[in-house]
Design a protein around this ligand. Structure first.
Ligand code: NAD
Length: 444
């Protein structure tokens, strides 16, 4: 029995045998209005601690040093050279030196207990996201994390319950929601260009074999997950943007999922081909199927295909397909088909649509985002986070999005282990998805 089931059971017992509805444990609703997402009081200058300053953390640190109205006042990593790098970058930007925390893997707890901060932002390996965010919120700080926010359903609930109880933001920073193509598609969806959206596809299709076997960076932790979990380990890049197009948690929600993984060959083959006989890498065993495909159905009957494919030779793709009653967009390469506008039965290049449908956030921030990570989208997401905190606005992505998108990891693992049986998503919003206002077209 997991923790959530236990809460449900004890809820039922307290209600003298009445059936507890899902997640009906006695937890206070975070906001009085069912349609208003959580917003905190405005913060003039956002004081930030950065935890985990490796590949992706450094990219966020660089962005934050350029964004007005925030200061990185503390940094934390288990490697001294990374905190030293950050301290140097902060000094070079003309800011006061940060407090440094590098006394081991739980030093972020001391940081959260000691420092006067508004936000703790983490880009640690997956297993550390939840411990860092919980420590932050329990010590009165907002928190943001790299993806996925959590790896189990219990962890997803812990984030939701803690954010509600502490009344803090808990944001999963899904940068692909801010991709230029993804945002253009969202803008087109809002303008009704594709009609009613019925189906979407996304995924993370990226040959990571060399990275997983490297002696640095993600090689130090990411491969280990392939030894213990057979699932869609990294669902949010593909799912985040299309979830916005389908109004997930804001009018609809993920209802159930089925998932299937194929054989595991890619990492074993790579090890045989790249390491000498007798090396430990050659003896490693992996359970992660090289290709995982999952299908999600929403309460409103919409369908989403989401895949994970990181152990085989292939070019990069996130698929990025959004289909409605009047036409569709498909990524990699980006193309559009609109009935009555496109030549019949033929794709058009999506560049033809950019002038008309570029998202205003991109037109506002193109020059500022130049040179930032992942084609500039990382700058846009960091910029929006800081702006929302400074102005006391709801964040673009909230704890319910973090939980629903990350839940795919554990649910796909469960379905896959049960001959692809369908597994229900918890309703992390406890019914508020029905009344929550849809995401608008935000600006800088
Ligand atoms: N959104 C994206 O496009 C994107 C791209 C890359 C990575 N990521 C995500 O960012 C996160 C980090 O990935 P990465 O590529 O930067 O990995 P990385 O290994 O390069 O960096 C992780 C950093 O965390 C530090 N660290 C590890 N345990 C720690 C602890 N307990 N306390 C403090 N620091 C700790 C490491 O020393 C390292 O500097 C992951 O969640 C990954 O999925 C996202």
């Amino acid at each position: 029995m997991d923790r959530r089931d236990f809460l449900k059971l004890s809820g039922s017992a307290l209600a003298a045998g009445a059936l507890a509805s899902e997640g009906a444990a006695a937890i206070e609703q975070p906001n009085p209005s069912p349609s208003t997402p959580f917003a905190a009081p405005p913060i003039e200058t956002v004081k930030i601690a950065y935890v985990g300053i490796g590949g992706q953390g450094s990219s966020h640190v660089r962005n934050l040093l350029k964004i007005p109205g925030c200061r990185i006042t503390a940094v934390c990593d288990i490697r001294d050279e990374r905190t030293a790098w950050a301290a140097k970058a902060i000094a070079a930007a003309g800011h006061p030196p940060p407090a440094i925390y590098s006394r081991g893997p739980r030093d972020f707890e001391r940081l959260c207990e000691t420092e006067d901060l508004d936000l703790v932002f983490t880009a640690t390996p997956w297993e550390w996201h939840v411990p860092v965010m919980l420590a932050a919120m329990k010590n009165g700080k907002h928190t943001a994390t790299e993806v996925p926010a959590a790896m189990t359903i219990d962890e997803c609930w812990e984030l939701v319950e803690t954010a509600e109880k502490q009344r803090k933001h808990c944001v999963m920073m899904e940068n692909c929601n801010y991709g230029r193509a993804e945002m253009m598609v969202f803008n087109m969806v809002r303008q009704g260009v594709f009609g009613e959206i019925l189906h979407a596809e996304g995924g993370y299709l990226h040959d990571l074999r060399a990275i997983k076997f490297a002696n640095q960076g993600e090689g130090l932790w990411r491969r280990a997950w392939a030894s213990k979990v057979n699932a869609n380990l990294y669902p949010t890049h593909g799912l985040g943007p299309v979830a916005n197009c389908l109004d997930i948690n804001r009018g609809d929600r993920f209802e159930y999922l089925v998932s299937m993984s194929g054989p595991s060959r890619g990492l074993q083959n790579w090890a045989q081909e790249h390491f000498p006989a007798g090396s430990p890498q050659r003896a490693e065993k992996f359970v992660l199927g090289d290709v995982n495909v999952s299908l999600i159905r929403t309460v409103r009957g919409k369908t989403i295909y989401v895949s994970h494919d990181t152990n085989l030779p292939r070019p990069y793709s996130r698929i990025n397909l959004v289909q409605g009653t009047r036409g569709l967009f498909q990524g990699y390469p980006d193309r559009v088909y609109i009935e009555g506008r496109s030549p019949e039965h033929r794709w058009e290049e999506s560049t033809a649509y950019l002038a008309q449908y570029d998202h205003p956030l991109w037109t506002d921030l193109t020059s500022k985002s130049e040179g930032a990570g992942h084609g500039g989208m990382d700058y846009l997401e960091d910029y929006r986070l800081i702006k929302c905190l400074r102005e006391g606005l709801p964040t673009d992505m909230n704890v319910y999005d973090a939980a629903a998108l990350s839940a795919v990891v554990h649910l796909s693992q469960q379905s896959n282990a049960k001959r692809s049986a369908s597994i229900d998503f918890p309703d992390f919003t406890r019914g508020r998805w029905q009344t929550m206002a849809p995401l608008g077209i935000v600006r800088a």
